[in-house]
Design a protein around this ligand. Structure first.
Ligand code: IVH
Length: 668
């Protein structure tokens, strides 16, 4: 055989194997015997062995066998991966339909597509000219983790798209849910039990745990599957409706949930929900509701996004799972804003696969309305399947020995007065130096999504506060190694680690800092908006109410809250001391002169002075971009210690390679 013929034979074998893979795993209707399939596979393996130049990462022989990674890289999503607003009942679903119509000024029916809401993990796959190039998790919606190696081990994910009637798009970003079937989940847990490994609480956790393995051979051993349901970017092919999109996907070999249905109007979508909720228990996988989406893509884009949720879709959730148990006690928990939450301590019970022993009672009104008493038998549920709450008391189980509960007049932690403001449902501790509030504020400041001070957990914060070593967040930056070494379970090394983490936190983007301050009503999303609009800490600390109100998405409550925060001398002082401590907040405003404007960076190997996330934040704050793989669009590759294959590839393409120190010079 000449080389051309060999190349051709290899291509045919790969296509045929992918096709039979699809028949076997996706359609569940094989056309050839296993023996025939194995023969094709071994023919292909032989060709690839004999002609190494023909090897290709997307060959069906390469699904498994990639070496373990050190860590996952981050990949930006071209189009953010959003989350969904929830509807709990028919009224809320009809309201959703009304909102859609009002927004579009349409009177008639809106057509929807309704689909089961799978309880798994959202992922995005990118195909270029039909080849799988990268697969990632949702991450924070903007950046995900590169888990390509792991996704490739899932047999129902094509490595190359099938070519049928629909032409294969130049570029396709397709989203879907990776999940584990209930049967596979139970078998996996049985095996783990036998070998003494910890069990997964539910199929979702098992799927998540399996996908986040650095070693793809572990992922390959887990029974994962995928349904596709969403579009990111598409180039070289047009679809007009979501329904058309769902119907096109299988032509490319991408698996779509057969239960998805086109609905003439919202009533049909509600009927669909009823049907699916009856079918729920018979399905082989777990679902927690149905997703209702406006069918017309042009309408979808007119509807757009509001606070990270598309206006064109709604998750219509099933009623949460419930269980019965007993209230052993009720305690008052003090949060960082002083809010006091009554918490029921329960005889522990499994709800929807998770062991729970505490449930929130929200506030005194709830306690009274539900008339929950210590000793009561109650029904508990995981609201939104996450935070456990008490639904109601089982009256028939009352013995007369139950005791009523009332939030105490004095804070159980600091003894200060507890007050309840007019128009507020919550009781608050007004203690200025309440240690529970302080602990809460510090934990919030140090949390991953704020200043990300790794290692500053509950126990450590409690010790620092209880020993009077810190009185506010600024004090964190005055702590020395000796301070830490004196604490429980603190060896020299862990003390150094925590100090390093505190030191690293000094260089954070403005948005994270704003969020970390824990100003009421200022969540993560709004922090980003404020940082983007106000650009510097100085501007932020001097902002007026009217300037705030001029920002889209900022309402009066938030504006007042920010102004009130900086109106307080003590807060200004803490922020001032944070600046003195050397917090060089990275200003978010990307000016025309931004140092790295328009430049794309790739990092490879391990960095000494930054984590990957920090390096990425830094580049972005200076107007640059980061990518996870090498292409001609990349301007600089920053090579840390033990750089990987990206280093070689950058050299091949003649891309500038800089050391970590050179990179530091660039950003300084
Ligand atoms: S569409 C912008 N369709 O639900 C809308 N999501 O709460 C993007 N999910 O992160 C999602 N099944 O993990 C969509 N048929 C389905 C889904 C689905 C499950 C998950 C997905 C997403 C989350 C949003």
């Amino acid at each position: 055989m000449g080389m051309d013929a060999i190349r051709q034979r290899t291509k045919e074998l790969r296509e045929a194997i992918e096709y039979h893979n699809y028949r076997y795993y996706v359609v569940d209707d094989p056309e050839i015997s296993d023996a025939e399939y194995d023969r094709m596979m071994s023919d292909l393996e032989k060709l690839e062995r004999d002609y190494p130049e023909l090897r290709d990462p997307n060959s069906p022989t390469q699904r498994v066998g990639a070496p373990p990674l050190e860590e996952f890289e981050t990949v930006p999503h071209t189009i953010p991966m959003l989350s969904l607003a929830n509807g709990q009942n028919e009224i809320e679903v009809k309201e959703f339909d009304q909102r859609v119509k009002r927004f579009l000024t349409i009177d008639g029916d809106i057509a929807y597509v309704a689909e089961p809401k799978l309880d798994g993990l959202a992922v995005e796959l990118v195909y270029e000219r039909g080849n799988l190039v990268v697969g990632s998790t949702r991450g924070d919606g903007v950046n995900g983790e590169n888990i390509t190696q792991n996704l490739r081990t899932i047999r129902t994910i094509p490595l190359t798209l099938m070519r049928k009637e629909a032409p294969v798009p130049e570029r396709l970003e397709v989203r879907g849910e990776v999940y584990m079937e209930i049967k596979g989940f139970k078998e996996l847990n049985k095996k783990r039990e036998a070998s003494g490994e910890p069990l997964f609480a539910n199929p979702r956790n098992a799927a998540a745990g399996s996908l986040r393995q650095l070693d793809p051979s572990i992922t390959a051993s887990r029974p994962l599957n995928i349904f596709f349901y969403g579009l990111g970017e598409i180039a070289g092919y047009t679809v007009k409706t979501h329904w058309e999109f769902l119907n096109t996907l299988p032509q490319w070999g991408l698996r779509v949930n057969p239960l998805a249905r086109w609905c003439r109007n919202i009533d049909e979508a509600i009927e669909y929900y009823e049907e699916i909720s009856h079918q729920r228990e018979t399905l082989h996988y777990e679902i927690d509701g149905v997703v209702v989406k406006v069918d017309d893509l042009a309408l979808q884009s007119r509807l757009g996004v509001i606070s990270r949720n598309p206006r064109w879709a709604l998750a219509y959730k099933f009623k949460p799972k419930q269980e019965t148990t007993r209230v052993v006690d009720i305690t008052a928990q003090v949060g960082r804003t002083g809010a006091i939450t009554p918490v029921a301590i329960l005889e522990s019970v499994r709800v929807g696969g998770i062991e729970i022993s505490r449930a929130t009672l929200h506030n005194q009104d709830e306690v009274d309305k539900k008339d929950v008493r210590i000793g009561d038998t109650v029904i508990v549920q995981r609201a939104g399947d996450v935070i456990p709450e008490v639904v109601k008391v089982v009256d028939s189980k009352r013995t007369g020995g139950e005791r009523k509960y009332h939030i105490p007049d004095k804070c159980p932690v600091c003894g200060a007065d507890v007050v309840r403001l007019k128009n507020e449902a919550v009781h608050r501790c007004i203690g200025l130096s309440c240690s529970a509030q302080l602990k809460g504020r510090i934990k919030h400041f140090a949390s991953k999504r704020a200043m990300d001070i790794d290692g500053l957990g509950d126990k450590l914060v409690a010790q620092l506060v209880d020993r009077g070593m810190i009185k506010d967040v600024a004090d964190l930056y005055r702590l020395s190694k000796e301070d830490f070494v004196g604490l429980e379970r603190m060896a020299d090394k862990s003390a150094q680690n925590i100090l390093n983490a505190i030191e690293r936190s000094k260089k954070k983007p403005l948005a994270k800092f704003i969020y970390g301050l824990g100003i009421r009503h200022v969540g993560e999303h709004l922090s980003e908006i404020l940082a983007r609009e106000l650009k510097s800490l100085t501007n932020f600390s001097r902002v007026t109410e009217s300037e705030l109100l001029a920002i889209r998405e900022v309402g009066p409550e938030l504006a007042q809250s920010v102004v009130r925060f900086f109106g307080d001398q003590r807060n200004r002082e803490v922020v001032g001391r944070l600046q003195e401590a050397g917090l060089t907040i990275i200003e978010t405003g990307v000016e025309e002169t931004a140092a790295l404007k328009g430049l794309t960076f790739v990092f490879t190997g391990s960095l000494v002075s930054f984590t990957r996330d920090e390096a990425r934040d830094l580049v972005e704050s200076l107007g640059g971009r980061t990518a996870s793989s090498i292409s001609k669009k990349v301007d600089y590759v920053v090579a840390g210690e033990n750089p990987g294959t990206k280093y070689e590839r950058a050299r091949e393409l003649g891309i500038k390679i800089v050391t970590e120190n050179q990179f530091k010079e660039m950003v300084e």
